[in-house]
Ligand binder design. Structure first.
Ligand SMILES: Nc1ncnc2c1ncn2[C@@H]1O[C@H](COP(=O)(O)OP(=O)(O)OP(=O)(O)O)[C@@H](O)[C@H]1O
Length: 246
């Protein structure tokens, strides 16, 4: 679904990503792991061109989404296809219903019943419908942290993205909310491509079909999650997984 070839990225003259070549499979979950500062989030953020907002960024190489260069077209059109969920839940200060309709309304007018159906479908897909169905008009900010994160997932699903990027989506949540979101990631990845940055190795083993290990801006190793954790090919991966460095 996403094909990255010889990709390099600099912030000013600091090279953050070095010669990355990687394929992200369609309708699967892929995890990015590695020590803090190795470039996982930077790579994730290039997939929907969030890097465009950082004036000091310079890139070289190619990233294709379903065969098309992501840097060639309009960034907003790309972001409709590539949704994102952040580390800290960030509902907009508006109702649960309006949070979900925010993106679709910017794309065009929606009829009442079409909007109702979309809100219900996104909330069901995000595993939140039963908890909020009687208070869709209330503020999204009144929900618990875990519910807010599921609302953010529902909002990200509303433009029907083919790819969902998740940047440490559970690191601010309690274990129960984390378990719910991990379950959700597995379900979501059946119908769309999910890419998740995580510091939680167990999370990667639970949710990801493929895992990529980064170190100091380089992709050290990528492969099926079972193989990468069970039988890593590179000594550096082995050392990281066994806690020799963090
Ligand atoms: N906007 C920015 N301007 C300058 N440097 C940046 C910017 N964003 C990230 N960096 C630098 O790029 C490097 C990679 O950061 P990035 O956040 O991608 O790493 P990471 O592996 O996701 O780290 P973490 O796990 O701590 O989130 C770091 O050295 C960071 O300081």
């Amino acid at each position: 679904m996403i094909s990255i070839r010889d990709f390099n990225l600099w912030y000013d003259d600091f090279q953050t990503l070095k010669n990355i070549t990687l394929d992200i499979p369609k309708n699967r979950a892929t995890a990015f792991i590695g020590p803090s500062g190795c470039g996982k989030s930077t790579l994730l953020r290039t997939f929907n061109r969030m890097c465009d907002f950082v004036p000091t960024v310079r890139c070289e190489g190619s990233i294709k989404l379903a065969g098309t260069d992501i840097f060639a077209g309009d960034a907003n059109a790309l972001r409709v296809r590539v949704g994102m969920v952040f580390q800290h839940p960030n509902p907009f200060p508006m109702s649960i219903r309006d949070n979900i309709l925010y993106g679709p309304r910017r794309m065009g007018k929606l009829g009442r019943s079409e909007a109702d159906e979309l809100v219900e479908r996104c909330l069901i897909d995000a595993g939140l419908f039963d908890e909020v169905k009687d208070k869709l008009g209330q503020s999204g900010l009144g929900l618990s942290g875990g519910q807010q994160q599921r609302l953010c997932i529902a909002r990200a699903l509303a433009t029907k993205p083919e790819v969902l990027l998740m940047d440490e989506p559970t690191s601010a949540l309690d274990p129960l909310s984390t378990a719910l979101i991990e379950e959700l990631m597995v379900q979501l990845a059946r119908e769309r491509t999910v890419v998740v940055v995580t510091h939680n190795m167990q999370q990667a083993t639970r949710v990801a079909d493929k895992t990529a290990f980064f170190y100091l801006g380089e992709l050290i190793e990528a492969g099926p999650t079972k193989q990468l954790f069970g039988n890593p090919r590179q000594q550096k991966t082995r050392d990281y997984l066994t806690g020799r460095f963090s």
